[in-house]
Design a protein around this ligand. Sequence first.
Ligand SMILES: [Zn+2]
Length: 206
Amino acid sequence: MARTSMQTEIANHVRRVFRAQYPLPATEVPVNLMAWVDRLDAHLVRARLDGPGFHGAVAEQPASGVVMLVNGIDDFRVQRFTIAHELGHILLHHHRKAQTYWWFETEANTVASEILLPWSYLEHVVRPTIPLDPEGQVRWWAQMGSALARHAAVTESVVAYHLQDLGWLSLPVDEEPVAASALTVTLPAWPAFVPQSDETRGPRLR
Ligand SMILES: [Zn+2]
């Protein structure tokens, strides 16, 4: 994951804005993406889209409203990232802009990872389990990475990139951020997170 400092800066800015505006509860994991699609009045269309690397798109049309196209032949968790990514474009109003810019993709990816891995979940449920020392982190990732990804219904790379961006996890650079999913790890139950008040219920987007 070679990221430029510009991308990191954009991502951190988007994260701050997103977390302030949509304080999602940790209890929402795995996040119900269809609720987001409904809240934003979007229509999800799954189609078989052959061709390399085409995961999805979003467009707004006067007759049909906001339509999100998702490649139905992608893996389930890849489709979830695509949906969250397109939700990001909608929340940021990219689909209404005449031009697109490269940083829109960084912004949408950032929103996607914020939607799929709510900050309160990372902070209260995941962070306390991550060791502080780098060697412990590598072991933690090998043991817990795939379980965590499955629990949140995201791909392992979404979790790995997010935790590395946060500075909570450092993995050797040469190593793919993929947990040893071949190992059948016995999953400890993630501790239930109890929101402090009803304030932490779902976001109101309208
Ligand atoms: Zn995009």
